[in-house]
Write a protein that binds this ligand. Structure first.
Ligand SMILES: Cc1cc2nc3c(=O)[nH]c(=O)nc-3n(C[C@H](O)[C@H](O)[C@H](O)COP(=O)(O)OP(=O)(O)OC[C@H]3O[C@@H](n4cnc5c(N)ncnc54)[C@H](O)[C@@H]3O)c2cc1C
Length: 319
């Protein structure tokens, strides 16, 4: 089996990502044959300008603008056999590694910290490779071991898992695949920088919405109330999984552990995995139609009602 680096040539910190890929390979892939680097990028000139490399040969998947769907198309077309594909640590690497594995019926693990190989008997003296990966889970509270069973194995790296200085010089570009016209369905795109300050960690007041909020339209009511209360909006897992809010708003063992002055929950049952995230709050208000929901016993104030009229009333008070 061979391993290949998949490089985000659009990223400002591409060299840092490549150093981590090289460090990871040196630490965990000793003895495994190295394949080519697959670099998605604007142009061959951009790649040559790096003046550093970590693989001899590279295949480029190029387009003026980064479009995940187009890169994925190029990647999946290119990959004829199995092997291990190592993506860098950024949002693109995380997304592409998972989507590539899903399309090619392989396996994926994001944010890998370490890796080792084992050979196991599949009967009739046949041996099959298995890849074991360690990664941090539940907001870095635990380390878990995963086994990947189907090729291609697609992993993205945890930040700082390992690092190794790159070699000076350029990649030998074997092939350039243009994917300029593969994302014609994208009419326009805008990028918003992620807010670095503020957020849930520093919030004094949090309004947390759960599955009981029911839909994205009702989340707009929560947003409005939060603005009036000068609160940060958070969600339970079902609400995050329904994409009512992004994952960085998730509270609980898999998300943020918060300790605001006041935490108001709306339509949250208070499962242990959620409650662990808010138990350090100084004052908890729970709004739930079910008086027997576990959160009602844990709250300082429990309101048995539909959350919508309560939000409306809070909006009136905050006017
Ligand atoms: C390993 C693991 C990790 C997990 N990590 C997390 C985590 O980090 N965070 C997390 O949140 N969950 C996590 N979960 C899931 C967790 O166990 C619960 O399933 C989840 O917290 C339930 O979310 P909820 O309270 O929004 O939904 P539900 O449990 O479905 O509760 C919805 C509540 O809304 C109430 N309701 C319905 N309609 C209304 C209304 N109109 N007005 C007011 N109330 C209403 C209902 O009475 C109910 O109590 C994890 C689970 C596992 C197995």
């Amino acid at each position: 089996m061979r391993y290949h680096f998949v490089v985000n040539g659009y990223a400002d910190d591409v060299l840092r990502q490549m150093e981590e890929q090289m460090g990871f390979a040196q630490k965990y892939l000793n003895g495994m044959e190295q394949g080519e680097a697959i670099i998605y990028c604007r142009s061959a000139e951009d790649v040559q300008r790096l003046e550093r490399h970590h693989s001899k040969e590279a295949v480029l998947i190029s387009a003026r603008e980064y479009a995940p769907e187009a890169v994925l198309h190029g990647l999946c077309d290119r990959i004829a056999d199995g092997g291990l594909y190592i993506f860098g640590n950024d949002d693109a690497g995380t997304e592409l590694s998972v989507r590539m594995a899903a399309r090619l019926s392989g396996s994926s693990i994001t944010e890998a910290e370490s890796l080792w190989l084992s050979e196991e008997s599949a009967g009739d003296s046949e041996l099959i490779n298995k890849i074991h990966v360690m990664k941090m889970v539940y907001a870095n509270h635990m380390e878990a071991a995963f086994v990947m069973e189907r090729e291609p194995y697609c992993i993205s790296l945890a930040r700082g898992a390992a690092s190794q200085e790159l070699r000076m010089g350029s990649f030998v570009i074997k092939e350039e695949i243009s994917c300029e016209n593969m994302a014609e369905h994208i009419v326009s795109q805008e990028f918003y920088p992620e807010a670095l300050a503020g957020g849930l960690d520093e919030a004094k007041v949090i309004l947390a919405a759960g599955r009981g909020v029911k839909n994205k339209e009702n989340m707009a009511v929560i947003d409005k109330t939060a603005r009036g209360l000068k609160a940060e909006v958070a969600v339970s897992r079902p609400a995050a999984m329904n994409a009512w809010k992004p994952m960085n708003r998730l509270i609980g063992v898999s998300g943020a552990m918060v300790g605001p002055e006041v935490c108001i929950t709306a339509g949250v049952s208070g499962a242990a995995a959620f409650y662990a995230g808010i138990e350090k709050s100084k004052f908890i208000v729970a709004i739930n139609t079910d008086e027997k929901a576990p959160i009602m016993k844990m709250a300082n104030v429990a309101i048995v009602d539909d959350f919508l009229p309560i939000m409306e009333e809070l909006n009136n008070i905050c006017k």
